[in-house]
Design a protein around this ligand. Structure first.
Ligand code: HEM
Length: 221
């Protein structure tokens, strides 16, 4: 067995891939948020961005990397959670003295919810845009309509709840990734924790501002 497959099968290797894919997904979220904030600029700007995203070969390639990143992150998360449970057969009998935070204990639940969110999200937008409504060039209208009228007026709320859950997931995920990668420093570790909290708050808040704005404040289309 090569050192790589041996590493990938080890628990340390799985944690390593989770950390790297997690940080890659966070960088995707920052770029995705920047693009989606163009919705505030108006239909022309957002539609031009959308057109570019669906036609650029570079973006196609990045999407393949993104899909691999999501898959690796999800598959390893479930394997590690399963192994964790197996290695603690008496977990109900043993009193848990570790000071694990709420965010850390709930990672499998928050992660699973984000996965459900992602399936709904891609089905609403990517599938519609790329496959079902290929001739539709006003993608701004599709997105705004979803937030203003989708699911009988509750689609926006699903996004806001999902973003609150994403915030909890990111809050632990960011600092935990650095820990897994072996980054321990008296001076910089507290800084990374602060940066993690900032990212965990700013990214979901930025995303949540979009459905909130279009549902409550923007003129109905
Ligand atoms: C208000 C919040 C959001 C809006 C308005 C939004 C909008 C969009 C749109 C319009 C697309 C389709 C792009 C296309 O087909 O060209 C898309 C795709 C996607 N979104 Fe989001 N998104 C939001 C939040 C999120 C979040 C929080 C995540 C991850 C947790 C996410 C992950 C993805 C992924 C993986 C794709 C498919 C890849 C791609 O087409 O680039 N999105 N989003």
């Amino acid at each position: 067995m090569s050192w790589f497959s041996e590493f990938a099968r080890s628990s340390l290797g799985k944690k390593f891939f989770m950390a790297v894919s997690g940080l890659f997904l966070i960088s995707f979220l920052i770029v995705h948020l920047a693009g989606n904030l163009l919705l505030f600029q108006g239909p022309a700007e957002f539609n031009e961005y959308s057109r570019f995203m669906s036609n650029s070969p570079l973006i196609r390639f990045m999407e393949i990397l993104l899909a691999i990143g999501f898959l690796a992150h999800i598959v390893y998360a479930y394997i590690l959670a399963y192994k964790n449970r197996q290695s603690r057969p008496h977990r109900y009998a043993v009193k848990n003295n570790s000071p694990a935070s709420f965010a850390s204990r709930t990672m499998p639940f928050t992660g699973s919810f984000v996965l459900i969110y992602l399936i709904v999200h891609i089905n609403s937008f990517t599938v519609k845009h790329r496959f079902l409504e290929r001739e539709n060039t006003d993608f701004y209208r599709t997105v705004v309509e979803a937030f203003q009228y989708g699911w009988g007026g509750f689609y926006w709320l699903f996004y806001v709840i999902a973003m609150a859950i994403l915030a909890i997931h990111l809050n632990h995920g960011f600092q935990s990734a650095f820990q897994t990668l072996g980054f321990h420093h008296n001076k910089y570790t507290p800084l990374i924790k602060k940066l993690g909290s900032l990212i965990a708050l700013a990214i979901p808040a930025g995303f949540a501002s979009i459905p909130i704005y279009f549902y409550f404040f923007a003129p109905k289309i």
